[in-house]
Design a protein around this ligand. Sequence first.
Ligand SMILES: NC(=O)c1ccc[n+]([C@@H]2O[C@H](COP(=O)([O-])OP(=O)(O)OC[C@H]3O[C@@H](n4cnc5c(N)ncnc54)[C@H](O)[C@@H]3O)[C@@H](O)[C@H]2O)c1
Length: 283
Amino acid sequence: MDLGLKGKVAIVTGAGQGVGEGIAAILSKEGAKVVVNDFFQERADRVAKDIVAAGGEAVALQADVADFDSVTQMVKKALDKFGRIDILVNNAGVPAPLPEGDTPASMDNTFDKVDRALWKRYIDVNIYGVMNCTRAVLDGMINQKYGKIINIISDAGRIGEPRQAAYSAGKAGVMGFSKALSKEVGKHCINVNCLALGAVPHPGLDNRRIGMMVKMGMTEEQARDMIKGIREKAIKLYPMGKGLGRFGTPADVGNAVAFFASDASVFISGQTLSISGGYTTVG
Ligand SMILES: NC(=O)c1ccc[n+]([C@@H]2O[C@H](COP(=O)([O-])OP(=O)(O)OC[C@H]3O[C@@H](n4cnc5c(N)ncnc54)[C@H](O)[C@@H]3O)[C@@H](O)[C@H]2O)c1
């Protein structure tokens, strides 16, 4: 099916690795021109280079989505390069590592034990990041009477995930924001939807977890074995095992994004779809 994305311009935030990288690759395969954003220039450069090497069109633009000035500069550069923005995928949602070390994978601790500075980092990226990027592209989308805004959230935001309270709050906040915004901008032919992911393992996530475990005194090999063991157990225990029985991949997410970025989904707005192999079946 031709999704009609040829020549459309998409910004994918946090696309320097993992899920965002998968989304950027699929949108490019469908013919979109892609702005590969990341907090780290070198990550964005690598992904944009890979897209171009595969025959696509891409530009790497560094910006911190939590910083509105940084975001407006990125959008200005994207407009200078491609002339318009048709699609915004707000994917950045796990804070980038701090200079002094990695941010825990999903603020992995109970709420009574987590430092308040860390809550702020999660809210800054998850909520302000989405609002900043959305605000920065919105006038252009309203003027052109066309836009697709796709927010990558987590099923943690819909069902609540213990040990990830601030993260869950951030993702739930994005869902409320998206519903409200969809009601404001529908008349301008702009769709706003959320995709709520289940577990999507990828090397970037593993590396961050391994880094943390090594800091706690494990060898790299022990850390890798532990992650493998946890994953094998999780696939059996995790409710997802009752669904399709596997974890998701960045390409699974990219395919869903391509649908929501296309006019095949033109009559869907203000909705949240779980991309989790059947893990969550709540409304
Ligand atoms: N991987 C999963 O299992 C999973 C599950 C549920 C939801 N999600 C959501 O999917 C999205 C992507 O997850 P991932 O696993 O690929 O994350 P990741 O941390 O592996 O990659 C995210 C990328 O975003 C960049 N980034 C972080 N903060 C940024 C900022 N302030 N500005 C710009 N870029 C920034 C990072 O540098 C990194 O390259 C997130 O919104 C996450 O919450 C992921």
